[in-house]
Design a binder for this molecule. Structure first.
Ligand code: ARG
Length: 458
């Protein structure tokens, strides 16, 4: 195919270099957006007198034909094209002849690719936001049905205090909400019309940028064409939002994985998301969770890859920028797939109540409650902490649970302890004692679930 830039060249491009520089295999994902831009651009070219009404309708018709065919998955473009823009140009030429050559008036591939990638980021970013909402909804559904499941919450991977499983699920919803917020923030950088920037200096035509922006549903027009030419911060912002999302998902995956270690899990992953071992017949490995956990590394690598490409790059366009697609498409497609599977995995999670009960045999989780009890009887918290520490140590040394230590011995360490102290060694009592907003108190958890359902179901 003839290049969009061939005029001044006497030699044919080196075949190896031609393959090396081609981006069509990747950037064909921009096809629908490029066609949308082409249609808006054609209308603007008519308005500024470059195209006649007849030419305009002929070109618009051809663009629509391509778009329709593409939507039906039936558009086949020249796989050997340099990039998606050249491939479209070639396809249009086959339909309308030399008229297609007028399309590239008043624009460059620099502003074109920047606009196209922004539209892609906008559409795919919104899909990711919606996918996060769907996952949050599944998480909240699980929270709703596990409000009465109490278990030891952990810090430092060790049993710490009693919480409800619902409270932990609610934490996941909060984590994802922050990731979602970042995804929304990124949207502002996509919402800019950059057509009319040309290669770097703007174009010498009365291109109605307001009209183009309106056609493309963009609310702002850029104030600097030189900046646009080399700006990929909008891609960075999406990649960084996806990285945070991946990080949150990896932490949730790790929580579930820890559960699967020896002795069985409170939150059980459905078998459909596990695989076996080729050697050990007994194995059922929670591979999905490990792949999900590892994927945070892939997202971070893509973000880092683009950071490396952009670092120290002179302002305005440099061909290095073409590598942005590799990172962008990879993170977008993988994050969408990941969210999709995560949502189904959450829908099919099973909460094992017996396992939760068994974990509560560790009564060390009531130590803080005991210290609070003594404090309410007038002991300073510092002193109560010390007294309970001694009781815990006594229990450990004698292999006896806190609730099985007699009152006489308890009183030796904590003189203010009375008969009612034994009420403390009860998981429900423990969570009910919590009073603060966002705590694991069942009423608070219920309130939070209601909040989330209202927020997510609209
Ligand atoms: N494929 C290129 C990219 O993604 C399009 C812009 C080409 N511009 C140029 N001056 N060679 O950046």
């Amino acid at each position: 195919m003839k290049k969009l830039w061939g005029g001044r060249f006497k030699k044919k491009i080196d075949a190896g270099f031609e393959r090396f520089s081609a981006s069509f295999a990747l950037d064909r994902r921009l096809l629908a957006y490029d066609l949308e831009i082409d249609a808006a651009h054609v209308k603007a070219l008519q308005k500024c007198g470059v195209l006649s009404a007849a030419e305009t309708s002929k070109l618009l018709g051809a663009i629509k034909e391509l778009a329709d065919k593409h939507q039906k998955g039936r558009l086949i473009l020249n796989a050997g094209a340099e990039d998606v823009h050249s491939a479209i140009q070639e396809a249009l030429k086959a339909k309308v002849g030399d008229l297609a050559d007028k399309l590239h008036t008043a624009r460059s591939r620099n502003d074109l690719v920047s606009q196209s990638a922004r539209l892609y980021c906008r559409a795919e970013g919104l899909k990711i936001i919606e996918a996060v909402r769907k996952l949050q909804l599944e998480i909240i559904r699980q929270a709703e049905s596990s409000q009465d499941v109490l278990l030891p919450g952990m810090t430092h991977l060790q049993n710490a205090q009693v919480v409800s499983q619902a409270h932990i699920f609610l934490a996941y919803a909060e984590m994802l909400e922050r990731a979602q917020l970042n995804l929304r923030t990124a949207q502002t950088l996509f919402d800019v019309c950059v057509l009319g920037c040309g290669a770097l200096a703007g174009v010498a035509y009365d291109l109605d940028q307001k009209m183009i922006a309106r056609d493309l549903g963009l609310s702002r027009i850029t104030d600097n064409s030189y900046d646009v030419s080399g700006d990929r911060d909008f891609v960075l912002s999406l990649l960084s939002a996806i990285t945070l999302l991946g990080l949150e998902l990896s932490r949730i995956a790790e929580d579930l994985l820890i559960g699967q270690t020896r002795g069985g899990a409170v939150v059980e992953l459905d078998e459909a998301f596990c695989t076996g071992s080729s050697m050990m017949p007994q194995k059922k490995n929670a591979d999905f969770l490990e792949l999900a956990r590892g994927m945070a590394g892939v997202f971070a690598a893509n973000l880092n890859g683009l950071l490396m490409v952009l670092k120290g790059l002179a302002s305005s366009y440099n061909r290095d920028l073409q590598w942005d697609k590799k990172f962008l498409f990879d993170s977008v497609e993988r994050s969408q797939a990941l969210l999709d599977i995560f949502t189904r995995a959450f829908r099919t999670l099973r909460v094992n109540r017996d396992r939760a009960k068994a974990l509560l045999k560790d009564e060390s989780v009531y130590a803080t409650d005991l210290a609070d009890y003594l404090t309410k009887k007038g002991v300073s918290f510092h002193e109560a902490h010390r007294q309970v520490g001694e009781i815990v140590s006594f229990g450990e040394a004698n292999a006896v649970a806190l609730s099985k230590i007699g009152l006489d011995i308890l009183k030796r360490f904590a003189p203010k302890a009375e008969g009612d102290v034994y009420d403390l060694f009860d998981a429900l009592h423990s969570v009910q004692m919590k009073k603060t907003q966002g705590s694991t108190n069942p009423n608070e958890v219920k309130k939070q679930i209601k909040k989330w359902k209202e927020r997510l179901e609209v």
